[in-house]
Design a protein around this ligand. Structure first.
Ligand code: ME8
Length: 656
């Protein structure tokens, strides 16, 4: 019964609607979703809120540019955000829009409480304002650029309502001291404490120059300023003025990027203190995903989108990569190369291979039923002990948001179980009763190891662990398993295995990257759901068993010619690509090729290659590519080897 369970409330930032989610937003939402699933498996009644921040001058301008009303503009954007989270399976439990009526009521109520308690006054403010970041830039002079986004600031003077933030310096410092876990990680806490110790200026919380905002009742044309409005969304989502009825406030964790930590750990607790409302228990600030050492952001245009990754490798691969390859709290570099490497090594060769091998051997030797183990040998006991001992440690790591460390430990168990199978060699045993008994023990042990790691990995890999659960013929849903009750030895002999499952088909790296990059460059399309029951993208990653034959007339549509490479250079921010110019006889073409890790640019000059010349031009990492160089894809990594000629051939000659 949910009523008996302790409540747990977690939030993502309420994202701006001036673009669609990129990997940075997706990362925050994946982390929240992982914590949400983890907490549920530890017996909590969890609510996760996400949503959209829809007011402000940027929206006014964007709507005008699009030739639609603000209402129409934000409705479409919010629907797109929602649809993408749905498609990715990280939709949360509450989706709050700052244009929701219930949110407006909450903001107005919070303002009234702050005002009644004497923390709001009317004044004038003149300052440099960055319209892109929706913030006055402290200490900036006219003509200065915004230190965050580098764009020019504007001088604004207007009548504002002010919030007496200065009155909260001491209460905030006391609060941080009494609640040392409030700001995480510790480095951020130190930053915030020194910022607050440096003194707090009062904060303007309304605008008269902006039309598109929540009105201050009886004080029109004042509308609420973005942070007073946006932060309150966390409260609006779980009851607003009636928050006590639902019982989720105060929030347990506000998960944010480090860019907005100050708003969450200084402004927000001060607003709540002024209104005498309960304060959130923790704010966790994670680092940024970087692209070629710069913060990935919509304004810089250097973003990676989640959908191409999900379509090519599946959502679980993206979740695994972002949680495994970055230390939570620190910045991380996003790289397609590292993503596909992780996919192949940890998911396809690791979990996927271990699960299918184990199931196949049980299928073959025990008619698809979990065998009954016999007496244990020291090596069985060693594996048992290792796994049993790791369960508590994995949970501790999850509790501290040490996702990378938790996954490292889980994957060390998979490696140990794999090694156990390799050294025990159940396939090499004979048909005697003793051998059959030994084989049963080994395969039960392997299947039990698989069951335990599947439960532990579920918060990070919800889709594939559900499929392993089915494969193992286990009852119920893996997400409903009780992590606190997880013990070695609960796998019941005699359980029939379920339907065989495709987990993580191996994919050639070069091909995967090329497909993801090609999709990145396509205009963003509305969500098209992948086939039900499949991991999005995986179906496409599975080699088609019987490719359809084409007629000669179809082949003739492809125009291929001999070309000679004239220049070759690397592309900043795209470690895979080389930018080539290629003489194809009639003209010199610019072509991007995903061969940079394998060919030195200098050595390519003068080389004759086969070029597809009638391919529609496309952009790869923002660089136009007009044609394609033919290469063989060799080995499991898909190393490209350029096709060439053993005799001298004329530039521009057609390949037939
Ligand atoms: O700031 N790496 O919204 P926003 C990691 N509306 N995370 C990133 C990222 C990156 N490169 N880029 C964005 C706003 N994020 C306000 C918030 S809250 C009451 C109001 C994530 O759309 C990260 O969580 O700019 C960051 O804090 C958030 O998106 C900013 O989203």
């Amino acid at each position: 019964m949910a009523a008996d369970k302790p409540k747990f409330y977690i939030t993502t930032p309420i994202y701006y609607t001036n673009g669609l989610p990129h990997i940075g937003h997706t990362y925050s939402t994946i982390v929240c979703d992982t914590i949400r699933r983890y907490k549920r498996m530890r017996g909590y009644d969890v609510v996760m809120t996400t949503g959209t921040d829809e007011h402000g001058v940027n929206v006014e301008r964007a709507a005008k540019q699009a030739g639609v009303s603000e209402t129409e503009f934000v409705a479409k954007m919010a629907a797109d955000w929602r649809a993408l989270w749905d498609e990715l399976g990280i939709q949360g439990d509450e989706f709050i829009r700052t244009t929701d009526l219930k949110h407006a009521h909450t903001v107005q109520w919070l303002f009234r409480l702050c005002r009644e308690n004497g923390y709001v006054y009317k004044g004038h403010y003149t300052g440099q304002y960055c319209i892109y970041d929706n913030a006055f830039v402290n200490d900036a002079k006219p003509g200065d650029n915004c230190p965050d986004c580098g764009r020019p600031t504007e001088t604004i003077t207007e009548e504002n309502y002010f919030f007496k933030l200065s009155a909260f310096q001491k209460p905030l410092l006391d609060f941080y001291q009494k609640n040392p876990g409030f700001i995480q990680p510790d480095t951020r806490r130190n930053e915030i404490i020194s910022f607050v110790e440096g003194g707090l200026k009062d904060l303007s919380i309304t605008r008269t120059t902006i039309r598109w905002g929540i009105p201050v009742p009886g004080e029109e044309p004042h509308v609420f300023y973005v942070w007073f409005d946006a932060l309150t969304a966390y409260l609006s989502a779980v009851g607003g003025p009636q928050y006590e009825g639902r019982g989720y406030w105060p929030a347990d964790v506000h998960l944010v990027g480090k860019d907005i930590i100050r708003f969450h750990t200084v402004y927000w607790p001060a607003f709540l203190m002024a209104a005498t409302l309960p304060l959130p228990k923790q704010v966790w600030a994670h680092g940024w995903f970087l692209m070629a050492a710069a913060k990935m952001s919509k304004s810089k245009g250097n973003v990676v989108l989640p959908r191409p990754i999900v379509y090519v490798l599946g959502m679980d691969a993206l979740r695994y990569y972002v949680l495994r390859d970055t230390v939570f709290g620190q910045d991380g570099n996003f790289s397609y190369d590292a993503l596909v490497t992780r996919y192949n090594s940890d998911l396809a060769n690791g979990l996927g291979n271990f699960a299918s091998r184990t199931a196949a051997m049980i299928e073959k030797n025990f008619s698809g039923k979990i065998p009954k183990p016999g007496s244990l040998q020291p090596q069985d006991e060693a594996l048992t002990k290792e796994i049993q001992a790791a369960i508590g440690e994995v949970l501790e790591r999850f509790d501290k948001c040490g996702f990378s460390l938790a996954l490292e430990l889980i994957w060390s168990l998979i490696a140990a179980a794999d090694k156990y199978l390799a050294s025990e060699q159940p396939w090499a045993l004979g048909t005697s009763d003793t051998d059959a008994q030994r084989r049963a023990t080994i395969l039960w042990t392997a299947a039990e190891a698989l069951r335990v790691v599947t439960v532990l990995a579920h918060p990070v890999l919800p889709d594939s662990t559900a499929r392993v659960w089915t494969l193992l013929g286990q009852p119920g849903h893996v997400g409903s398993q009780d992590l606190d009750g997880l013990r070695w030895g609960q796998l019941k002999p005699g359980t029939p295995l379920g339907k065989s499952q495709t987990l993580f088909p191996r994919i050639e790296k070069a091909e995967a990257i090329e497909r993801m990059e090609a999709m990145e460059n396509e205009p963003q399309k509305p969500a098209t759901a992948p086939a039900p029951g499949t991991t999005p993208g995986v179906a496409a990653a599975v080699p088609q068993s019987a490719p359809e034959k084409i007629g000669i007339e179809d082949f003739a549509k492809v125009e291929m010619r001999v070309g000679e490479i004239k220049t070759a250079e690397r592309i900043v921010g795209a470690d895979k690509l080389l930018k080539l110019t290629v003489d194809i006889g009639t003209e010199i073409r610019q072509i991007c090729a995903g061969i940079a890790p394998y060919y030195e640019p200098d050595k390519l000059i003068g080389r004759k290659v086969a070029v597809v010349t009638n391919l529609a031009p496309r952009k790869l990492r923002g660089v136009e590519s007009n044609g394609m160089i033919i290469a063989a894809s060799v080995g499991p990594e898909g190393r490209p080897v350029l096709a060439g000629f053993h005799e001298d051939v004329e530039i521009g000659a057609r390949l037939k």
